[in-house]
Design a protein around this ligand. Structure first.
Ligand code: PA5
Length: 462
């Protein structure tokens, strides 16, 4: 099981001005936390609560279909190209970057055990899209178009380009190279998929984009590149069971949520930094940033009061950022809480040769890169604590399907609990929808004519 160490947020370690009296706060909030966890678990099956992501570890049929599809197409494709944005891409990127062998797309087919390369197009930059399209052999590419709403402009524009190119290359057979992941009835993609006969996976009702990594959104690409989907599911289930514990002393998601919430509300630490000490976990930070920002950044609370709240998540990576952001973290404004992710056992060991023994770098010889990275994580934690900066540390025994699933699921539950503490709707995103609607208006979508007119005026005025 993954672990959370909160000690370096405690006033006993970093002082009363910046730290929390954790014993006291856990006691003060014990009932509230029990109530929140009980309520989330009671509400999770109710339609409209957007808590179905808490059940994704138990969707056995989906797992079966996903694995069957992956085994059916095994060996047919050299590339998987995922089209999606935001919650439809970030989880997939985070998990594949963490779990596939590093530099996967550069490995030979044999080294990839005959599984395909994987590419995520999560932006609409014309230069990078054209470049990717010129590299990929589309006949050997399976396009997985993912959109919950079924009509996000970026994803649908990408889809239109890819479908057109595939059709030109493959004629009527193009549909065998497309798999759609979308809502069961809403949105244009579902209609197209039905009409044109694409293999389709459904994103269950009440699973929002940023909580969808363990639905078909993530599972399809994971299975296609050979990740162990069963171990992912085991990781979620075990963590789900552990997080049903209503005692804050036993529930790491509740501890993380409460500490982050109190650091923001009581101690004015409005910035939450996610800092894994592993290059493979770099994109877990990107995923977390979206989860935290879209879920907790809100204009109104649940009582309709205008609150404009939300901690600002920042991504960082050790040891690289020790030579960039750390100066600010240590000596700049004391307005952050930093979450370290530390890996106990890396997959491989890299020894530093014994050389230059009688020089200032001689001490490195005979050690390993593994020792150096973890020493840097520990020294940075201590140095931040010397400067009275609060930190949390999540420890993973190793990076594998089981532990990564636990980590992501734990952070999802932490976000849901934090949302309850802030008394906001964690699962809507009106700020995102507004920008989407403005884009539709500017690009001439039918039904958005009025917005288009007023937007044109606003654009002229700036
Ligand atoms: O978390 C969310 O809901 C958003 O980030 C969406 O995932 C994102 O806007 C993409 O939406 P869709 O999956 O509908 O294309």
């Amino acid at each position: 099981m993954i672990k959370l160490n909160c000690l370096k947020s405690d006033s006993a370690i970093i002082g009363e001005e910046n730290g929390l009296n954790l014993k006291e706060e856990f006691a003060n909030y014990s009932e509230t936390i029990t109530h929140i966890i009980t309520s989330l678990n009671q509400r999770k099956d109710k339609p409209g609560q957007w808590l179905q992501w808490m059940n994704l570890g138990y969707h056995e049929q989906t797992v079966w279909y996903v694995k069957e599809f992956a085994s059916m197409v095994r060996g047919r494709f050299d590339n998987v190209l995922v089209l999606g944005i935001g919650g439809s891409a970030l989880g997939g990127i985070a998990v594949t970057e963490a779990l596939l062998k590093p530099y996967w797309n550069l490995l030979t087919k044999e080294d990839r055990n005959n599984y395909p390369r994987i590419f995520f197009l999560d932006n609409i930059d014309p230069d990078s899209m054209n470049a990717l399209l010129s590299i990929l052999d589309l006949k050997k590419t399976l396009v997985n178009v993912i959109t919950k709403s079924g009509d996000t402009a970026e994803t649908m524009a990408q889809f239109m380009i890819l479908k057109d190119r595939l059709q030109k290359e493959l004629g009527d057979d193009y549909r065998k190279n497309i798999v759609a992941t979308t809502d069961k009835s809403l949105g244009i993609l579902k209609q197209i998929a039905d009409q044109e006969g694409y293999k389709t996976f459904i994103i269950p009702n009440d699973v929002g984009g940023r909580f969808s990594v363990f639905s078909a959104v993530g599972l399809v690409p994971f299975a296609l590149v050979g990740l162990n989907v069963d171990e992912i599911i085991n990781g979620i289930k075990d963590m789900d069971l552990a997080l049903k514990n209503t005692d804050i002393h036993q529930n790491i998601a509740a501890q993380g949520a409460l500490i982050q919430y109190l650091m923001d509300k009581k101690m004015n630490k409005r910035i939450s930094v996610m800092m894994p000490y592993s290059s493979r976990l770099k994109y877990v930070s990107d995923w977390f940033v979206q989860l935290w920002a879209e879920s907790l950044g809100k204009e109104y609370d649940n009582n309709g009061n205008k609150v404009n709240i939300g901690p600002t998540p920042v991504k960082s990576i050790g040891a690289t950022e020790q030579h960039s952001l750390l100066q600010l973290f240590n000596e700049g404004p004391n307005d952050k809480i930093i979450t370290f992710i530390r890996v106990e056992n890396f997959d491989t060991v890299l020894e530093i040769p014994k050389s230059y023994e009688y020089t200032g770098i001689g001490y490195l010889g005979g050690k390993t890169i593994n020792d150096l990275l973890n020493a840097e994580a520990d020294s940075t934690r201590v140095s931040l604590s010397d400067y009275s900066r609060p930190t949390l540390t999540i420890t993973l025994e190793k990076i594998d399907e089981y532990n990564i699933a636990q980590l992501l699921y734990m952070l999802e539950v932490q976000t849901a609990i934090a949302g309850e503490l802030y008394n906001i709707n964690t699962f809507n995103q009106s700020g995102v929808e507004q920008a989407k609607n403005y884009t539709y208006a500017l690009m001439g979508r039918a039904g958005y004519e009025d917005s288009a007119h007023s937007l044109q005026e606003k654009l002229i005025n700036v």
